[in-house]
Design a protein around this ligand. Structure first.
Ligand SMILES: [Zn+2]
Length: 348
């Protein structure tokens, strides 16, 4: 009888179809058998534990350039941390620089990850403003190269696409059989909110959620879904944080659109109360979109349970509090709000 490389014994296996007490045998890097009393050269006792498939985190930003800094996890530390949490695949992003072809940017990003990622990884291709429409002709070649999902933004200078650009990008991605991914926040609402708050002297972390209200996300998700419908493009909305956004997705799906959405642990477990902490402590909780109200949180849980949201990702995009977040504030005046305006590339 064959002896497998590794047998995980006595655990409760959770598969797509069953939850059963059984041994799991691994040969090489693949599951070779599920059964009772399987022989293994190496044996691991999982008594009292669940044995689950590796998780896929489809939204991370490892060593991502952001203004004067980069996100603080690189391909090595970020994927090692993922592995310790049971995540066996991450999907990160390619962000082409001005004038750089999509394929060249892809090759450069792959070179950064090569030999450093300790788990499987994939890449989404970003379509920045300067590349639309000029680089859209490259999309079929990018799909051919294995990147089938294309990230678009409705905010951040340099990334933000207007409606005409969004429609053009969506049409090109759909024609190539790809998936449109969109960060949805209304840039005008955010810039107006920031200007008003700055004028009122509200410049600390507590102003962050006020400057990016739920309506900014709601409007952008509703608009992007309408545009995707016109372009007949499948669309995936990242980091949905509001009841209004989740409801818009449910309506689009009811209309028959191929529309999908993710939310993230920060929106499921934290609220905007965190921004009211003393001093600059609230800055530790800045993310975009910001943390929301308890009612939004409840709606997100309900949307996941109902299947109106399909994915929980992390949007893992870490910045060191002392080296990055504080220094941004220190070098920018007035303090915090101006350090994360709609026009700057920050945690996203
Ligand atoms: Zn992100």
């Amino acid at each position: 009888m064959i002896s497998y490389d590794l047998v995980i014994k006595n655990g409760v296996l959770v598969t797509a179809g069953d939850i059963i007490q059984a041994d799991l045998a691994i040969q090489g890097e693949r599951i070779a058998a599920i059964g009772q009393d399987l022989p293994g050269k190496e044996r691991l006792d999982a008594r009292g534990k669940l044995v689950i498939p590796g998780a896929v985190d489809p939204h991370v930003h490892l060593q991502m350039p952001a203004g004067p800094t980069t996100s603080s996890d690189d391909w090595r530390t970020g994927t090692a941390a993922a592995a310790f949490g049971g995540v066996t695949t991450v999907i990160d992003f390619v962000e082409p620089e001005a004038g750089q072809s999509l394929l060249d940017a892809c090759a450069a990003r792959r070179a950064e990850a090569a030999g450093r990622a300790v788990i499987d990884y994939g890449l989404h291709m970003t379509l920045p403003a300067g590349h639309v429409p000029t680089a859209l002709a490259e999309i079929p070649a990018v799909v051919q190269a294995g990147l089938t999902s294309f990230k678009t933004y409705t905010t951040y200078e340099g990334f933000r696409l207007d409606d005409e650009q969004l429609l053009a990008a969506m049409t090109a991605v759909a024609a190539a059989g790809g998936l449109v991914i969109t960060h949805c926040e209304n840039d005008t609402i955010i810039r107006r909110g920031q200007a008003d708050l700055l004028a009122a002297g509200q410049t600390g972390p507590a102003a962050h959620p006020l400057s990016r209200p739920a309506a900014a996300e709601g409007e952008a998700i509703e608009r992007v879904l309408a545009l995707a419908g016109i372009a007949a493009a499948p669309v995936y909305i990242v980091h949905v944080s509001t009841a209004r956004g989740a409801a818009a997705l449910a309506r689009a799906r009811d209309r028959g659109q191929q529309a999908f959405g993710e939310t993230c642990p920060q929106y499921l477990f934290l609220t905007d109360d965190e921004y009211k902490r003393d001093g600059f402590e609230g800055a530790k909780f800045t993310c975009q979109p910001p943390l929301r109200k308890p009612a939004d949180q409840a709606a997100l849980w309900q949307a996941l349970a109902a299947g109106d949201l399909q994915v929980v990702s992390t949007d893992h995009c870490p910045f060191n509090f002392f080296r990055s977040k504080r220094s941004w504030a220190a070098t920018t005046s007035p303090a915090f709000l101006a350090a994360s305006p709609a026009s700057k590339r920050a945690c996203r």
